[in-house]
Design a protein around this ligand. Structure first.
Ligand code: SF4
Ligand code: SF4
Length: 163
């Protein structure tokens, strides 16, 4: 059922914890290096949070009319979904980032089924671990038509941005 009221973040802090690999006020935020404003349960300066990336960020679970079910809350499903990040041959492309090393199978299956049912494509990532610690690097995977997967593989090989 479509959601008409924004959902509450608490107790999720996924986007402030670095899983999205953002830069806040010039400081890189990545897994193991949360935002300097993060208290671990919220933002210490929420009213003054920057436009880019904080105010511009549209969390796929929290957005109005999100198609994601309740259980796909990032703190529960261990994935942050960003809808409509780009297009491929007229097809909407969604992006999914794990909260942890990999997107758990149940959540990934839901996203793949959603993409298939709605004729969308999906890019999803895996966090790279170096010496037993999360790094600021990710590897990406593509789900969708074979030509889409091929194109993404070629872009990755040549170091081109994926979206
Ligand atoms: S990932 Fe989504 S639900 Fe979690 S804190 Fe960020 S906006 Fe809120
Ligand atoms: S400034 Fe606040 S809202 Fe933005 S990433 Fe940091 S803790 Fe999160």
């Amino acid at each position: 059922m479509a959601k008409t009221q924004p959902r509450e973040c608490q107790p999720c802090t996924g986007c402030c914890d670095g899983w999205l690999q953002i830069v806040v006020e010039g400081k890189p935020v990545y897994p193991g290096k949360p935002c300097h404003h993060s208290t671990g349960s919220g933002c210490d300066d929420y009213e003054n949070r920057p436009v880019d990336p904080c105010r511009q960020f549209v969390c796929g679970w929290r957005m109005t009319d999100s198609p994601l079910p309740e259980w796909m809350k990032p703190s529960n499903a261990k994935v942050i979904v960003l809808f409509d990040q780009t297009q491929w041959r007229g097809m909407a492309v969604d992006v999914a980032v794990p909260v942890g090393r990999r997107i758990p199978p149940r959540a990934l299956q839901w996203l793949q089924q959603f993409a298939q049912t709605h004729h969308r494509a999906l890019l999803y990532s895996e966090q790279n671990v170096v010496d037993g610690k999360f790094s600021n690097r990710q590897s990406a995977h593509a789900y969708g038509p074979p030509e889409f997967q091929q194109e993404i593989a070629e872009r990755m090989q040549s170091g081109m941005p994926l979206w």
